[in-house]
Write a protein that binds this ligand. Structure first.
Ligand SMILES: Nc1ncnc2c1ncn2[C@@H]1O[C@H](COP(=O)(O)OP(=O)(O)O)[C@@H](O)[C@H]1O
Ligand SMILES: O=P(O)(O)OC[C@H](O)CO
Length: 492
């Protein structure tokens, strides 16, 4: 038998999953690591934590599967995106902790770039909004703040990378400095139309281009790793949300996936056309295969499963996430709570970092059940905002069937409400490990053991389809009430 090893380096944990020749999960290794918050709005990871937890997870997965490295024909890497690392090419040591995608320390730098009139250029070239979320200003911050970094960068002795690049560097013993087009597309330094680093943006941020990795297709040769006991080629790389899009086989224009973890990321395949959003969505590379780029519109919601965590850890009205479904079911129909979980501002399509959350419609009888229902509904309502924006931007989104995954997709109640409030079907696949599956498929296809795109898409199967049951007037009234609540939160 031949196997593929998928490495999924996420924001809170690293995972490694062994897939067999039939693309079935054989074993999983997983390890959480520390989050560092050195100042308000700052989020960092220790680079050695990212590396060591990845390595240990890989070894654990192989052990559990009873396999050795020589049984693995290819590695696929998928990763938290945008998170920024800078290391010495000689020693492989990072100059600073990784600056995580959630980190807001470069907000003032973004304002300054805006004041210099760079926003339109950045938007046009990269498809992104000028925001601290992306890697470019994080890298500029490192060059500005680590003593001697810019001089060393100019001398060509440093390397920049998102987490995939860093792992590739370490896995190959410093032989390969590479990334894939989906990760490059999240740096705010990459021209997604030209398929090349933007010299213009690099110059504007004083970023020497010698720092940047080579950009490959998602299924490509990223070097050979010898760290697990036998040489294994790295054959697939994609950012985690793009890998989930691939794992969900959203290969045709108009297909869309939404991943419900801590936050929610929805990607709509727009085919070979990079649709520029009029509604503050991001334009990004969904995947690049055989040199052909496929684009996506992306909407990011910061708080999805996190609202359930807040019920559990903040309000302490539930003991575990799965209690929310039965509670919501039991909620009083005579009450109509609306919860806007803008705990850290609102993401797409509002991008309102200063907004804060609110609950409307409270009565003396409002309790855990009504809060649970409003919390789960907020996830569907935020997704409706994204779908509305996508449909306004691109008519091809009109008839989409949403494919869902992530931890919160386990909640049948939430998925049914999602279908109801969207007025569109929602499909939950049999394989919920879609992110790792996407990375595994890229590597396995490159290795020649997995089917081609059409063959892989044919293997996708729904475990359950949720069809809308809410009457249209109820749906319209519910959504209108949500929109008024959001406006209140934005203006209070
Ligand atoms: N049955 C459930 N009902 C509601 N929310 C759930 C349920 N199961 C998990 N969740 C939520 O899903 C999230 C975990 O999903 P996961 O994909 O593991 O997230 P991440 O990768 O962002 O850590 C948590 O925020 C949790 O509250
Ligand atoms: O690590 P995750 O799954 O929360 O994903 C993070 C995203 O890639 C950030 O853009």
């Amino acid at each position: 038998m031949t196997y593929i090893l998928a490495l999924d380096q996420g924001t809170t944990s690293s995972r490694a999953i062994v897939f067999d020749a039939d693309m079935q999960v054989v074993a999983v290794g997983q390890e959480e690591f520390a989050q560092h918050f050195p100042a308000s709005g700052w989020v960092e990871h220790a680079p050695e934590d990212l590396w060591q937890t990845t390595l240990r997870s890989a070894r654990r997965a192989l052990d559990k599967a009873g396999l050795s490295a020589s049984d693995i024909v290819g590695i696929g890497i998928t990763n938290q995106r945008e998170t920024t690392l800078l290391w010495d090419a000689e020693t492989g040591q990072c100059l600073h902790n990784a600056i995580v995608w959630q980190d807001r320390r470069t907000a003032a730098m973004c304002d300054a770039l805006r004041a210099r009139g760079l926003e339109d250029t950045i938007r046009a070239r990269t498809g992104l909004l000028l925001d601290p979320y992306f890697s470019a200003t994080k890298l500029a911050w490192l060059l500005d703040n680590v003593p001697g970094a810019r001089e060393r960068a100019k001398a060509g002795t440093l390397r920049f990378g998102t987490v995939d690049s860093f792992l590739i560097w370490r896995l190959t013993g410093g032989a390969v400095h590479a990334t894939d087009a989906t990760n490059a597309a999240r740096t705010m330094l990459y021209d997604i139309h030209a398929g090349a680093w933007s010299a213009e943006i690099c110059a504007a941020l004083d970023i020497p281009m010698t720092l940047l990795p080579q950009v490959h297709d998602c299924a490509s040769d990223f070097g050979v790793s010898d760290v697990l006991g036998a040489p294994i080629p790295i054959l697939g790389v994609a950012g985690d949300q793009q890998a989930a899009t691939i794992g969900q086989a959203c290969f045709a224009p108009g297909m869309m996936k939404s991943t419900y973890g801590t936050g929610c990321f929805a990607l709509l395949n727009t085919g070979p056309t990079a649709v520029m959003s009029q509604n503050r969505l991001l334009t990004t590379v969904a995947y690049q295969l055989d040199g052909q780029r496929t684009y996506a519109l992306e909407g990011a919601i910061f708080i999805a499963g996190a609202v359930v965590q807040w019920l559990r850890d903040g309000l302490k009205i539930i003991g575990s996430a799965s209690e929310t479904g039965p509670l919501a079911e039991a909620a009083d129909d005579a009450q109509d709570l609306v919860m806007v979980p803008a705990f850290t501002g609102l993401g797409a399509p509002y991008w309102a970092p200063q907004a804060r959350g609110a609950v409307f419609g409270l009565t003396r009888n409002s309790g855990p059940a009504e809060f649970a229902r409003a919390a789960l509904q907020s996830v569907g309502l935020q997704t409706r905002d994204l779908l509305e924006a996508m449909q306004a931007d691109w008519p091809g989104a009109a008839d989409t069937v949403l494919r869902v995954d992530g931890g919160m997709a386990a909640s049948g109640w939430t998925m049914q409400f999602l279908a109801d409030i969207l007025g569109a079907p929602v499909d939950r696949p049999t394989v919920l490990e879609t992110t790792a599956l996407g990375a595994a498929w890229l590597a396995g296809m490159r290795a020649g053991i997995y089917p081609d795109q059409a063959g892989f898409a044919a293997t996708w199967a729904a475990e359950r389809r949720f069809t809308p049951q809410m009457p249209e007037p109820t749906r319209a009234a519910h959504y209108a009430r949500w929109q008024r609540a959001v406006q209140a939160v934005l203006t209070v």
